[in-house]
Design a protein around this ligand. Structure first.
Ligand code: UDP
Length: 480
């Protein structure tokens, strides 16, 4: 039998949202929570995933579950156990769901047997704790194999995929051929976008629940202007002096700390000043985020009859720190070579920043400050899952220029919450969008303000939890 580890979950009151939601929205959330508490009295809501740390799912569970417990519902989080061979196999599945071959290893009968041995050992460890009528929410491909015995034990089982792709191919079919048989008896499946629901799932209803961001985290909490400046000066991203404010951030335990680490920035001569409008893209160093295209399009604005006074910061996680992502280092090296080949007048306006990763709250605070300071946030991805960097920038009221790919299309209506690029490879359209927002600041502000409202309504934790509550209500049928 495997060891199922329970992750401690704190409690948090929904009242906290009083600072970001209106009274009416807060009242509705409270009513939803009360109804859910009644519905789930005597039942436990289990969440099962494969890691307590690292990755978006763990982050989301850590952010959201405290509100559920705070509402008086017995929400639990348990983490399954597996060995490296299992996680290599599930990583292979993960790539296949995205439509790519990963390491090219097979996904056949042997792999199914290996997968099942691990999920069976885990579900055997969990079963004695699950009662008939409990809700079990299984997250991602690692856990799908646990579904059938839980269904048999009388639990309401929901499986959620946090990944997906719009277009089916041989790889996606391989992945769903392996996973679908485990999901025939579940009460529902959940996907982040409608386009991600695969044809292979034809039993249970599939519902769409988009991700959300945590408005109170280091990444997204409000920062006064003077703190933004102090953080960016301390982190070595903006020149000049920090002013009188301190570059403080709050760690998870609410203790105040100072930004101590500088970003490693490749610049020609000087850093941008505080007053220079910044065009910013923040992403992993990944060819699919097209950092080179982002740079090449930007520099054309610096020439011609109407040159624009602006600078660009391309930022990502320190490539020397992310040991498990050798592709990051390769992508950054290629970008650096392209930057070195730029004429001096262009090079001096583009800054390549590797952000320190030693303390996740410090990194998140730098990302927060950079997003808040940006005149424009760019996300010129060639492909995208959901695009959390876009949600984060929208929440900060920034004007955004982004590709119409993946979940970005769900988040931004073109001309309402930002500007969308129908063809991410069209550099002319990209630079025209940048020029438009850098010269028409009233338009930029309007888009930014509407983007923030959109996140308030659609992409905060309350909406996310309300959708889970609605799903449970639907699965239980109408109350007696
Ligand atoms: N991010 C970060 N530090 C960095 C660069 C990126 O914390 O130096 C975060 C970013 O804020 C976002 C996430 O990484 O929360 C990227 O998620 P997204 O959905 O945009 O893209 P993915 O990396 O999943 O393709």
């Amino acid at each position: 039998m495997a060891q199922i580890e329970e992750v401690p979950v704190g409690t948090q009151s929904l009242d906290r949202f009083g600072t970001v939601l209106g009274e009416e929205a807060l009242r509705r959330a409270g009513a939803t929570a009360a109804a859910a508490r009644e519905r789930l009295a005597g039942r436990t809501w289990w969440n099962v995933n494969s890691t307590a740390q690292g990755g978006g799912v763990a982050e989301m569970l850590r952010d959201l579950l405290p509100y559920v417990r705070g509402a008086g519902i017995d929400a639990r989080w348990v983490v399954m156990e597996g060995e490296s061979t299992f996680f290599r196999l599930t990583k292979r599945l993960h790539h296949a769901i995205h439509g790519s071959a990963g390491d090219g290893s097979p996904l056949g009968a042997d792999e199914r047997a290996a997968y099942e041995a691990v999920t069976r050992a885990n579900v055997d460890a969990l079963l004695p704790r699950v009662r008939r009528g409990d809700i079990v929410l299984l997250h991602d491909p690692q856990t799908a194999g646990m579904a059938p015995p839980l269904v048999e034990a009388g639990a309401t089982v929901i499986w959620r995929s946090h990944i997906g792709t719009d277009t089916a191919n041989d790889q996606t079919r391989l992945a769903w051929d392996l996973l679908a048989p485990y999901l025939t008896g579940v009460a529902a499946t959940v996907f982040s976008r409608a386009a991600y629901v695969p044809d292979a799932l034809d039993g249970a209803p599939s519902v769409v629940i988009a991700p959300s961001i945590d408005a109170f985290s280091s990444k997204n909490r409000d920062l006064p202007d003077e703190t933004v400046r102090a953080v960016l000066v301390r982190a070595g991203l903006v020149g000049g002096t920090a002013g009188s404010a301190e570059a403080t951030f709050e760690a998870q335990d609410d203790t105040p700390r100072q930004i101590e680490r500088e970003a490693s920035v490749v610049s020609h001569q000087t850093l941008p000043s505080w007053d220079t409008p910044l065009v910013v893209q923040i992403s992993r160093w990944d060819p699919l985020k097209d950092p080179e295209g982002v740079m090449r399009g930007f520099v054309t604005l610096l020439d011609g009859p109407d040159p624009i006074d602006a600078a660009m910061v391309l930022a990502g996680p320190d490539v020397t720190a992310v040991a498990d992502d050798p592709e990051g280092a390769t992508t950054f090296a290629a970008l650096l070579t392209a930057w070195q080949a730029l004429p001096e007048a262009h090079r001096s306006r583009v800054h390549l920043a590797n952000l320190p990763m030693a303390d996740i709250h410090e990194n998140a605070t730098i990302v927060n400050a950079l997003q808040r300071h940006a005149a424009i946030i760019v996300q010129k991805s060639l492909q995208e899952g959901f695009g959390l960097t876009v949600t984060e920038a929208m929440w900060k009221g920034r004007p955004i220029v982004a590709s119409a790919v993946g979940g970005i299309q769900d988040q931004i209506e073109d001309g309402v919450h930002g500007l969308l690029l129908p063809d991410p490879a069209d550099l002319g359209a990209y630079t025209a969008a940048l020029r438009r927002l850098l010269t028409d600041r009233a338009e930029a502000e309007r888009l930014g303000a509407q983007a923030k409202e959109r996140v308030r309504e659609e992409y905060l934790g309350v909406r996310h939890l309300t959708q889970y509550a609605e799903l449970l209500e639907r699965l239980d049928g109408p109350a007696a």
